[in-house]
Unconditional design. Sequence first.
Lengths: 189, 559
Amino acid sequence: MKPVATTRTAAGIQTGRLAVWWLLASEIVIFGGLLVSYIMHRLAHPEWADYASHTNTWIGTVNTLVLLSSSLSAVLAHHAAEQGDGKKAAKLLLATIGGAVAFLVIKSFEWTHEIHEGFTITANGFWAFYYVAAGIHASHVIVGAILMGWVAWQANQNRELQRVELVGIYWHFVDVVWIFLFPLLYIAK
Amino acid sequence: MAAQKQNFFMKYLWSTDHKIIGMQYLFTGMAMALIGGYFAYAFRMQLAFPGAEIPLVGVVSPGEYNAFVTNHGTIMIFWVAMPVLIAAFGNYLIPLMVGCDDMVFPRLNRLSYQIFLISAIIIIASFFVPGGGFGGAWTAYPPLSADSAYNLTPLGSSMWVIAVALEFVAFLMGGINFITTAMNSRAPGMKMFDVPIVVWFIVIASILFMASVGPLIAGAIMLLFDQQIGTGYFDPRTGGDPILYQHLFWFFGHPEVYVVLLPAMGIVAEIITVFARKKLFAYKIVLYTAIATGVLSFFVWAHHQFIAGIDPRMANIFTVTTVLISIPIAEMCFVYIATLYGGSIKFSVPMLWALAFLAEFLIGGVTGIFLGASGADVYFHDTYFVLAHFHYTFFPIAIISVFAALTFWYPKMFGRLMNETWGKIHFWITVLCFNGIFLPLFVLGMWGQHRRIYNYEHFPELATQDMQNLRIFATTCLVIMLSAQVIFLLNFFLSLFRGKKAGKNPWRASTLEWTVPSPPPHGNFETLPVVYRGPYEYSHPDCEDDFWPQDAPPAEDPS
């Protein structure tokens, strides 16, 4: 049973949503620190542009499209949940999970290829940042997919429908992080 | 109710009740403090009596010495100050003080403690792996920390990084809980300026922590990969930059000072108002000052790097911001002194600790100005002057204010009062010995004594008899101070059974936690309170009593 504290809204915003925004605030600082470190290094080392030229922009573009379109079904799931249709919300969330899985599958093929080419995490500074930044992002994709599975399971029984929106906000954030990573790691050459 | 029939495990170890979780943090933090104190004993004895067989420790090897120094700092900050000041009192006080039944996310709260406990186990376990505990100083600068060929602790250094990173994760989770609870779960009628200062300060501290720790979490991952996989983020040979780590560390490390300072300041505010029977002087100014301090604290970090090769123009800017930040902190101290002025002061044990906090912290603050000025810092850097300075800030924060809080809220937590006489004896021994330890270290620092030296006999100019006498004096004071903690522990545990029953409100305080039974039952309030006024209405002319509880309805209007 939830405590009374959870149901109060003295700040005028629902507790779960408030907490998700604070969570994202802390995530922004983590990714911010990583990306600023990367940009500082990148500016100090013009030769990193040569290393970066070996990334595959096409695969990156496809993955960007996959990830962004997966947000569409997350938005539709939120819409369905607001209308009280938990079953529909659950199905739409499953579609988003499908997008997450597709993203990870493409990424693993991409990485396998790059590692075979000799571009490992220890190859040089650029590839170290490449794998860690994309890797931390990918771990967020995995966590997001698991969370969406759990929320979909509850929504299917019409329980905790507000969580559909919350997991959606988180998923949009995962998208936005990728929007920063894609140009920084793939396009800037 | 089924809740009454919970077994010991479910009730005390797997609980989602904010009060139990607060006490889990408290007792874990106290246990870690004993370990941190033991480390201090070990390395101070080595400095006073180099190479001697130390009782309860044995002969300290150079590697062990480094591990003790490093982990003393790490443990005292991350496993004592943070869990006790923020997590223990935050958990215990926030729901009670804002008038609700629990934290907004009780299970997340339990998870945050469990992650914290795992991190504590990892840091202790690092002492028992091959190579021993990490010895590269609590700041863990690369390349020393990044390469086991230098630090000789291939496992210990990585366990250190993992433990610290897990601790951060635990506090991010806890912080989200604190902030959300204080924002959303306030009792009806409790406006922003009716929230007790300590709650405000814990929330601001949590926000500061959240906004500053991210880069270091990223830095911890990079450092771990440098150690274990062989990447070179911080290695100039592969295009990395060791100074980058220093920026990531201190961008967190300096706000962290205020993360632990603010809850301590909040605790002192609560105690001073109660024992001066006076309203807090300038509530809103204190609050705005704290927020200003928080913002400024993000612009001072490079004062730790004045001799790390940063641009001298940058050093100038950071000198200015660093000296600026002493203004809001000084202002808070003045506000507390103004609160005392004209009050009816009662020197109970919590009040003694609160006043000692102000006095000792002031010394810490004033000596900080020497270090914040880059010109003076070039000389003082990495000497015992720095060490004495930050112990004059951290000891009041992590020890003095914690004793203030413990003796103040003990009756609420356990339903009984601690012994006043033994409390005062413990207070005087601890505070006098604390000054006895660190005043000589200021002097030694000014004489040029460097930090992180295993044995000064190897440095003839630092091995004079005068200097050695001061070292022995400081160590003697430390041993007396540590022994005096037995008095506190006995007082603490014996009072659990023998102390006088406290009743609801032994200090006649007006905040909400004193309106419920001691200890408060599960769910805290029988009926959730409604708030009518601010937290510090002492000696108010409209109230017969000299304190006016926040939830007492206003008297009927006679007109």
